[in-house]
Design a protein around this ligand. Structure first.
Ligand SMILES: C[S@@+](CC[C@H](N)C(=O)[O-])C[C@H]1O[C@@H](n2cnc3c(N)ncnc32)[C@H](O)[C@@H]1O
Length: 227
């Protein structure tokens, strides 16, 4: 699929609804890790593997955001993503980064939220990618990384109401995805990394809802062992 097709698909009303649903879930999950709520009017957000920008658009529909950095390996998508975001807010402050998650071309401690959907499976070195994301998070910043098509409730609603929804093509799509390379590691590998960092984290792995990793760049206090 070329970028124009991908863009047209991601901009359909029901796909926009899906990105909205994913972001709603993401923000409620992030709030479980946080000590204070994310203030979007002051937030810098990085959308990794942004494609046409569906996730950032959904975030921007919910909130005014101080600045959004869109990053992708495929440079042809970046301007499309920027144009899509400017349709929501023509004055939105944006940065376009032609970059690879394994070597994010930015300095440390920049972002309040790093989000990525549908890109992680392609990251050849998962440790390196997670280390890079952790590096560019500001202290207390949150990462939400993974893939999925919205909550099960949303997907049932879609199946009943989206006139273009075709469960058969969805099944074919899943079958196709199974044959694409996936560099995902077992959950235990990510757990070990979060434990090494000693940060608050959660892994959401629900069949149908997708698979998501969430953590905050905040060192947990060690609880003294009595005695
Ligand atoms: C399936 S698309 C997802 C696009 C968008 N996030 C969405 O949810 O619609 C995956 C995107 O990840 C990008 N990507 C893959 N590997 C990457 C890497 N190592 N660094 C940055 N982007 C990458 C691809 O170019 C592609 O645009």
């Amino acid at each position: 699929m070329d970028y124009k097709q991908f863009d047209a698909q991601s901009q359909s009303v029901w796909n926009a609804n899906m990105y909205d649903d994913i972001c709603k879930t993401a923000l409620s999950r992030c709030s479980l890790l946080q000590q204070a709520n994310l203030d979007f009017s002051r937030a810098s957000i990085l959308d990794i593997g942004c494609g046409p920008g569906g996730i950032s658009q959904a975030l921007l529909r919910r909130n005014k955001i101080r600045e959004i950095a869109l990053m992708d390996l495929r440079v042809e998508g970046l301007q499309i993503a920027a144009d899509n975001l400017r349709k929501i807010d023509k004055d939105q402050k944006l940065f376009l980064i032609d970059g690879d998650v394994h070597h994010i071309p930015l300095t440390d401690n920049l972002f309040s939220l790093v989000i990525s959907r549908g890109s992680q499976r392609f990251w050849i070195d998962q440790y390196r990618a997670f280390q890079e994301i952790h590096r560019v998070l500001e202290p207390d910043g949150i990462a939400y990384i993974g893939g999925g098509r919205g909550s099960s409730t949303f997907q049932k609603h879609r199946e009943l109401n989206d006139p273009d929804w075709n469960p058969e093509s969805f099944r074919r799509d899943r079958h196709f995805l199974k044959h694409l390379p996936s560099y995902l590691l077992p959950d235990e590998a990510y757990q070990a990394l979060f434990q090494e960092w000693n940060v608050p984290w959660a892994i959401y792995s629900n069949e149908g809802d997708g698979h998501w990793f969430c953590w905050q760049k905040r060192v947990l206090e060690k609880i003294p062992i009595p005695g």
